[in-house]
Ligand binder design. Structure first.
Ligand SMILES: NC(=O)c1ccc[n+]([C@@H]2O[C@H](COP(=O)([O-])OP(=O)(O)OC[C@H]3O[C@@H](n4cnc5c(N)ncnc54)[C@H](OP(=O)(O)O)[C@@H]3O)[C@@H](O)[C@H]2O)c1
Length: 350
């Protein structure tokens, strides 16, 4: 029997939103499609045979959320879109899931945890590739290392990103890289933290990045020191180094205009052919006070495809009443093996 309880997909007209809408339909879910651009939304809804509601984040969200049990928020960058949607979900008593991987936005959600508990609502940011697999791997390893103090995560498989993800990364222009030390979030100079990580074919130079787990892994594992690195493919290397040396310029009005110009020149995201057969790889290393280490590696399907899989599986869990109120991480609520419930996901320790 398909689940017919209402869930609302916000940002449905975006690249990831469109993938999610299609994948949801294929799973027998009936999302209410929601975004701010009526003509595009109406065309999509008619093609997929789904209901739609038009709402801007600034106006109309309360009407859009009427009768809605779960919101899947896919409109980013989340630095500006997250708060109004969390506010609206708390007012409406709707559970909130999002595809954010932005440290500050996720931290902002965790600050609303007490309010969410009072309202009987679950807030779960990071239900996509960032952070579901890394969150699960971190919790899996940390449970085997008594007194784990340090977590290093590595991400590979981001060779092709969507225009929206590029815009989200570009928001980091002129900003430091975020890591966690002693439980607190600290800033370091872009490019200053590098290390070799083995994603399965030998050591690869990787660069520290502001990635969602700097926030979420702390809540999932309690580990105080967290760094996340990304495989330093040439495009990423250039982006990080440009930010290191010309961050001020890139963050200026002219610089931002240039980055937006660059974003517009990009395709909206990888095509189905480009996504097919690719994979994501996450590595993690957990260390205790005595320097004892445990390493693990997780292979997943391609990042955007897998984001849809994990996000929709989580929506289904929530619609079925399987949730914990408050601000939550995927692995904390659904366990470290949640990620293994999907096809083509493999975990190993080394
Ligand atoms: N965590 C993960 O693993 C993961 C996976 C995939 C994507 N993401 C993130 O998800 C976000 C979307 O990615 P995408 O590739 O779908 O980008 P996209 O194609 O640019 O789509 C962005 C969507 O957000 C909407 N939007 C943006 N700002 C808005 C605002 N202020 N008010 C209302 N709607 C707004 C856009 O509406 P309009 O079309 O009307 O502008 C569009 O529907 C990015 O931040 C990306 O990094 C994360």
């Amino acid at each position: 029997m398909p689940i017919t309880h209402p869930f609302l997909l916000y940002g449905a007209t975006g690249y990831t939103g469109r993938l999610l809408a299609r994948a949801a339909s294929e799973r027998g879910l009936r999302p209410i499609l929601c975004a701010r651009d009526e003509p595009r939304l109406a065309a999509m809804a008619s093609e997929l045979g789904l209901e739609y509601r038009v709402a801007r984040l600034e106006a109309g969200l309360d009407e859009a959320l009427r009768g809605v049990q779960v919101v899947l928020h896919a409109a980013g960058p989340f630095s500006s879109t997250c708060r109004p949607m969390v506010d609206a979900c708390l007012r409406a008593g709707a559970h909130y899931l999002d595809l954010s991987g932005e440290v500050a936005a996720i931290e902002g959600v965790f600050q609303r945890g007490a309010e969410a508990r009072q309202r009987g609502v679950m807030l779960m940011p990071g239900v996509g590739f960032d952070v579901v697999p890394s969150d699960c791997l971190a919790l899996h390893l940390s449970r085997q290392v008594r007194g784990a103090r340090r977590l290093v995560l590595g991400i590979s498989g981001l060779e092709m990103i969507s225009r929206g993800s590029f815009r989200t990364l570009a928001e980091g222009a002129g900003q430091s890289i975020l890591i966690r030390r002693g439980g607190r979030i600290l800033e370091v100079v872009p490019g200053s933290l590098q290390r070799e990580l083995d994603f399965g074919s030998g050591p690869r130079t990787s660069l520290a990045m502001s990635w969602g787990d700097v926030s979420t892994a702390y809540y999932s594992t309690g580990i105080q020191d967290i760094e996340v690195y990304c495989d330093a493919i040439p495009a990423l290397w250039m982006m990080v180094m440009a930010n290191r040396w010309f961050g001020g310029l890139l963050a200026s009005d002219v610089g931002r205009l240039g980055l937006e110009f660059q974003a517009r020149a990009l395709p909206d995201g990888p095509t189905p052919e480009q996504r097919a057969g690719r994979q994501g790889v996450i590595v993690a290393e957990v260390e205790d006070a005595a320097g004892r280490r445990l390493r693990g590696r997780l292979r997943t399907p391609e990042a955007y495809t897998f984001s849809c899989t994990t996000a929709l599986a989580l929506v289904e869990r929530v619609l079925a009443g399987d949730l914990e109120v408050g601000a939550q991480t995927p692995a904390r609520v659904y366990g470290p093996d949640f990620v293994l419930s999907f096809p083509d996901v493999f975990r190993e320790e080394f």
